[in-house]
Ligand binder design. Structure first.
Ligand code: MN
Length: 137
């Protein structure tokens, strides 16, 4: 891919059309598992990020992010943004509003693991505005 300066472990997969409405910019999704725990490889082009969202569950649930390539951001509401590099691990508790995505000048890839739980569902919220995103350093 032209301009892609990272070397991902898993194939990038297809353009993430199914969730495109919840992303700013282009992402790619490769669903790695078909049963048990849902594990996906997600790649973000530079500047791409998902909307603020919440992984809900009545017990258990949440999400684990394993950064594998490039450089990205994770931010939980009311907390400082966390820079993600290959090897970074983020444990997102169920119920916490957050977003994740690439840095402005880098591709980024993470593995996303849906932590099993009861009554799990994702709630997609407002986009991360250019103003919010542009302040990240
Ligand atoms: Mn998430």
């Amino acid at each position: 891919m032209s301009g892609m300066d990272i070397d991902p472990i898993f194939p990038r997969g297809e353009k993430n059309e199914a969730y495109a409405e919840y992303f700013t910019g282009q992402s790619y999704l490769n669903t790695l598992t078909t049963e048990g725990v849902a594990v996906s490889n997600v790649t973000f082009e530079p500047g791409c990020r998902n909307n603020w969202h919440i992984h809900h569950a009545s017990s258990g649930g949440g999400q684990i992010l394993l950064a594998t390539a490039g450089s990205g951001w994770y931010q939980a509401e009311g907390e400082d943004p966390v820079s993600l590099e290959p090897g970074s691990v983020v444990q997102v508790p169920a119920g916490r509003k957050h977003w994740h995505g690439a840095k402005a000048d880098s591709w980024f890839t993470h593995i996303a693991i849906a932590v099993p739980g009861e009554d799990t569902r994702n709630e997609w919220l407002e986009p991360v505005t250019d103003e919010q995103y542009g302040k990240l350093k």
